[in-house]
Design a protein around this ligand. Structure first.
Ligand code: TMP
Length: 210
């Protein structure tokens, strides 16, 4: 039996890392074998690509190069990690996927959605997430939270307007893909966020009779 493919998306400081661990625990308690992975990254080649993409000294990466590097890492990730896991019946829990490309390279950088869709179809074939959780909160709040952490990477150095475009792109996708998207209000307490996530996962598991 094929496993399920769940992705987590959100802006900076939305709490993805903490909540990914929470989701993994939920799924393990439901006796799923879970592969937790991330993009860009998830393979040794992908992690090298990630290092270049996030390196704040690499200021001269063009928008098209950035887009192609995201999909280069993704191609490797799909072939070597995601598809083998799904085909083995495992559940894949991925920290960001192609929606991040639509949000950051599309919304943020201004690349045409059609160009991204061409690469999506080419690299992924019919592979799409079964469920996407969007951890949403106002950009200013997310940036405050993120700033308390480590030094900003190449994306985190972007301006407020960039992240507002990213957030709007995510919200538009969530509103037009209601089948697989669930918006989580990430501006509340961690306890409340995790209650929302639990409800979404409960419904998802019931819908899939799992
Ligand atoms: P993370 O640190 O939140 O895991 O993500 C790394 C950064 O990469 C984050 O700022 C978003 C960015 N990103 C893109 O711009 N496009 C993509 O397709 C992906 C997967 C991530």
């Amino acid at each position: 039996m094929k496993g399920k493919f769940i992705t987590i998306e959100g802006g900076e400081g939305a709490g993805k890392s903490t909540n990914l661990i929470f989701i993994r625990q939920y799924l393990k308690a439901a006796e799923k074998k879970v592969v937790l992975t991330r993009e860009p990254g998830g393979t040794s080649v992908g992690e090298k690509i990630r290092d270049v993409l996030l390196d704040k000294k690499q200021i001269d990466i063009s928008n098209d190069t950035e887009l192609l590097m995201m999909f280069a890492a993704r191609a490797q990730h799909i072939e070597h990690v995601i598809l083998p896991a799904l085909n083995a019946g495992d559940w894949v829990l991925c920290d960001r996927f192609t929606d991040a490309t639509y949000a950051y390279q599309g919304g943020g950088r201004g690349i045409d959605n059609e160009r991204i869709a061409t690469l999506e179809n080419w690299v992924q074939g019919t592979l799409r997430p079964d469920l996407t959780l969007l951890l949403d909160l106002p950009v200013e709040e997310g940036m405050k939270r993120a700033n308390k952490r480590s030094e900003p990477d190449r994306f985190e150095q972007e301006k407020l307007e960039f992240f507002n475009r990213v957030r709007n792109a995510y919200l538009n996708m969530a509103r037009t893909n209601t089948g697989r998207y669930r918006i989580v209000d990430a501006s509340t307490s961690l306890e409340n966020v995790q209650e929302q996530i639990t409800q979404i996962l409960d419904e998802f598991c019931v819908d899939n009779i799992l």
